[in-house]
Design a protein around this ligand. Structure first.
Ligand SMILES: Cc1ncc(COP(=O)(O)O)c(C=O)c1O
Length: 391
């Protein structure tokens, strides 16, 4: 494959060498089913439990509060659907935000079709919501508040501890989708006091198809998937042992290097922001300060649509995204930007650059060099093709 600069790490990350080498024995040598009682089964079982302890330790949870599954989407689904069933006696009202990932928004839509009432909080111009807005939306029948920790499109970090306090005062459970924040920024379930928290392995150099849901001890959720009763009945199906082992290895590795990585990434992010804002008609999206260390996001005047920026950068060997992997090829503006009040014409020309620990100084230079040229050339094309003025 040709040399590429990969800056779409909010969509997915390459597997780390450490995660890969931890996983390999579990494909052909140590392939037992963790439910089997023979030696190979016991071996797999004990590795799954070691991984469970490691994943719990990385977010301040106990071993009996971590349930493995297929990733962030499944975690979000189980947390939301399960919490509503668990608290059904209190009512059926859920509060969330307009900036959530599709895994949350579409689960809420499904519940709405089944009779639940959903209030989505409108974000401020940076993509955040505050405790006052949540307090005003709480009702006696609110059973669940689900608010993401860090936004996948603009990188804004939301005040989860404060929001969680408001939800608990109203007697509701609190779920946070921490798929983008673990382990880029410190996440401790005891400090945040959340009841449910979703994580996804492929966002931190672990394998795809593996994730975990933190369920605070004493919060009994019904399963989404029924069967042999694995994961203490929370998630039936033979465990993805290599995936679980790889996720734990990647998470432990990334958590250990969080301090140094986030410093380096934030410095690179800020350089990209500074350089990009020198392009005429560009603007930063998301919170200028409270944002993920590796994520820079922008909109550009005079560019018809994001996919053109992404394609032209891709032609130069640079992989970035318009905002969300799920809507990457769509001509629609990311719903997050619309919710933040970004003008439709601008929101359609958005860009997300997301870095990881595997990026280099040279990658950052390549992005900074290419971006102004790409934006200029797209504006020139647009003017020739459509005779439209920029601005
Ligand atoms: C904030 C957020 N939540 C959930 C998901 C879904 O995670 P997964 O790809 O593991 O299903 C993503 C992935 O893009 C995400 O960014």
């Amino acid at each position: 494959m040709k040399n590429i600069v990969y800056a779409d790490n909010a969509a997915t990350t390459p597997l780390s060498d450490h995660a890969l080498s931890s996983m390999l024995p579990f494909f052909q040598e140590r392939y037992g089913n963790p439910s089997a009682v023979h030696e190979l089964g016991r071996d797999a079982h004990s590795e799954v439990e070691i991984a469970r302890r490691a994943v719990g330790a990385a977010i301040g949870a106990n071993i009996n509060e971590i349930y493995f599954n297929s990733g962030g989407t499944e975690s979000d689904n189980q947390a939301i659907v399960g919490a509503c069933e668990h608290k059904a006696a209190k009512g059926g009202h859920i509060v969330s935000t307009e900036v959530e990932h599709a895994a949350v928004i579409n689960t809420l839509r499904h519940l709405e079709s089944k009779g639940h009432e959903v209030t989505l909080l409108k974000p401020d111009k940076h993509g955040s919501v505050g405790p006052e807005g949540l307090r005003a939306a709480m009702r006696p029948d609110t059973v669940l508040v689900s608010i993401m920790h860090a936004n996948n499109v603009v990188g804004t970090i939301l005040p989860i501890a404060e929001l969680c306090k408001v939800a608990h005062e109203g007697g509701a459970l609190f779920h946070t989708d921490a798929v983008q924040s673990v382990p880029s920024i410190p996440v401790n379930v005891r400090e945040l006091k959340v009841d449910l928290l979703s994580i996804s392995s492929h966002k931190f150099h672990g394998p795809k198809g593996a994730g975990a849901l933190f369920v605070r001890y004493g919060t009994n959720l019904p399963p989404l998937i029924f069967g042999g009763g694995q994961e203490k009945g929370y998630r039936s199906g033979t465990e993805n042992v290599p995936g679980i082992v790889g996720m734990a290895a990647a998470l432990t590795e990334a958590k250990g290097k969080m301090g140094e990585n986030s410093k380096r990434l934030a410095a690179w992010r800020d350089r990209i922001i500074e350089a990009t804002l020198r392009i005429r008609g560009s603007a930063l999206t998301g919170d200028p300060v409270k944002r993920l260390p590796g994520l820079a996001s922008f909109v550009f005047e005079g560019v018809r649509e994001s996919v053109l920026i992404v394609n032209r950068l891709s032609d130069l060997g640079i992989c970035v995204s318009s905002g969300s992997a799920c809507s990457a090829s769509s001509q629609e503006a990311p719903h997050v930007l619309s919710a933040m009040g970004v003008e439709p014409a601008l929101a359609r020309a958005s860009l997300r650059v997301s870095l990881s620990a595997q990026n280099t100084e040279a990658d950052v230079e390549a992005i900074i060099e290419a971006l102004p040229k790409v934006i200029d050339s797209l504006r020139a094309d647009r003017n020739t093709l459509y005779g439209l003025p920029m601005g």
